[in-house]
Design a protein around this ligand. Structure first.
Ligand SMILES: Cc1cc2nc3c(=O)[nH]c(=O)nc-3n(C[C@H](O)[C@H](O)[C@H](O)COP(=O)(O)OP(=O)(O)OC[C@H]3O[C@@H](n4cnc5c(N)ncnc54)[C@H](O)[C@@H]3O)c2cc1C
Length: 385
């Protein structure tokens, strides 16, 4: 893998950097305090091409490669993880999954709208009773013998973009087979009667992001709403999450890079004992620990993009990148806060938000423990699940 970016990739990175400097960074603190990102950001993300970055051009996307996707996700993560998550979910988990698994009419119906930002997607896997053990989900989709429709009942928890989304990629049990074997995937428009959305408030971080509980009571969808074959829903979900982990990892690199930039800047400006704190070796240790974490996390993440773009097996590499980058983002943000001293604890400065936003990264799209089990299974051939 050539670590030097091509001209095209560098142009995409610069486009994202400029977009974030103009449209995201100036508002991030206010959105965090208001607990809501300005919804207008969705149309802007669509217009600049980020919501369709890796979607083929024939469906309204830009047909970009996965390294370009990493570069954009990292820049968005540098600016505001709440905005980065909008793209990671709508493009990374929903649109890309429709592109991989959808029938032609499903691609034509959803991809151009998702790529332009006219529609937003959310991913409904987690339930109140099943998080890490997602294959045991309880939501049911029962075939109506008369019409052929499916009637869905159940509850989904912690759904990113949940209150804003126009379509949910929903996972529900369609058969009696135990565990993940009886699960199928559906594309459910969120205005379907019987689907209620309740905002989740009080999050530690990602406060600007619309997180929701989805309650489905007799939600009726046509048989054509099924995505992929019946009973293969868990495979659909896991294929989405494997690539999704690369995008979370790239977002974590963004958090760690912002932590590094802020710590270096502040250490040069802040004086104690008559000298900039940057001159003290223990402060330099904090900064150098962040810098190594940034580089290591970025290299692991770019390797995943390279493997995907070359059509090679990437799933274990994606788990390694997500595990390392998410733990690194937490460490980096925490180290940066230490450099800022008491000022880091106040939200006039950027690092407190980084600590709060980083913390969820080791929890969602598979906790750190689950990533270790996936890596362990790949190495030993023995499954702990
Ligand atoms: C802000 C936010 C946004 C989210 N967005 C989405 C979304 O868009 N769509 C969606 O479907 N979900 C989403 N989630 C849900 C997220 O993926 C789950 O929270 C996550 O999978 C963990 O599940 P859980 O919270 O039920 O924890 P649990 O599974 O109950 O885990 C609790 C603890 O037990 C550990 N544990 C569990 N099983 C094992 C095991 N076998 N071995 C060792 N340790 C284990 C875990 O690592 C963890 O430390 C989101 C969550 C949050 C907080």
């Amino acid at each position: 893998m050539d670590l030097a970016l091509s001209e095209e990739q560098e142009a995409v990175r610069r486009l994202a950097e400029d977009f974030v400097a103009r449209e995201v960074t100036p508002h991030a603190t206010a959105w965090d305090r208001a607990e809501e990102v300005d919804r207008g950001i969705v149309k802007k993300l669509g217009a600049v091409g980020f919501l369709g970055l890796t979607i083929p051009e024939e469906y309204g996307g830009s047909g970009g490669d996965h390294l370009a996707y990493c570069l954009v996700t990292e820049e968005l993560g540098r600016g505001d993880s709440s905005v980065r998550g909008i793209v990671s979910v709508s493009l990374g988990l929903v649109a890309k999954t429709i592109a991989s698994w959808g029938r032609e009419e499903q691609k034509r119906e959803w991809l151009p709208r998702l790529a332009s930002g006219e529609a937003l997607g959310c991913f409904g896997l987690t339930e109140p009773g099943t998080g890490s053990d997602a294959g045991n989900l309880a939501t049911r989709a029962v075939r109506d013998g008369g019409t052929g429709d499916y009637v869905i009942n159940g509850t989904k928890m912690f759904i990113t973009n949940g209150t804003w989304a126009d379509v949910v990629l929903l996972f529900a049990r369609t058969g009696d087979a135990p565990g993940h074997k009886g699960v199928s995937a559906f594309l459910v428009p969120t205005d379907t009667p019987g689907l209620a959305r309740r905002p989740v408030h009080g999050k530690l971080g990602l406060r600007g992001q619309a997180t929701a509980e989805l309650v489905l009571e007799d939600v009726r969808v046509p048989a054509g709403a099924m995505l992929g074959p019946e009973g293969k829903g868990f495979t659909v979900a896991m294929s989405a999450l494997a690539k999704g982990r690369m995008s979370v990892a790239a977002g974590c690199v963004g958090i760690a890079q912002t932590a590094l930039d802020a710590a270096v800047r502040y250490a040069g400006e802040r004086e104690q004992f008559g000298k900039p704190i940057a001159s003290y070796q223990l402060v330099q240790e904090l900064i150098s620990d962040i810098a190594v974490d940034v580089d290591a996390a970025r290299l692991l993440t770019w390797r995943v993009a390279d493997l995907i773009d070359r059509g090679l097996d990437f799933a274990t590499a994606a788990s390694k990148a997500k595990l390392y980058a998410s733990e690194a983002a937490v460490r980096a943000a925490n180290n940066a806060l230490q450099v800022f001293g008491g000022y880091g604890y106040i939200d006039e400065y950027p690092v407190g938000k980084l600590v709060r936003d980083a913390r969820v990264m080791t929890l969602y799209e598979g906790t750190s423990q689950i990533q270790k089990l996936i890596i362990g299974r790949a190495l030993t051939g023995v499954s702990a699940f």
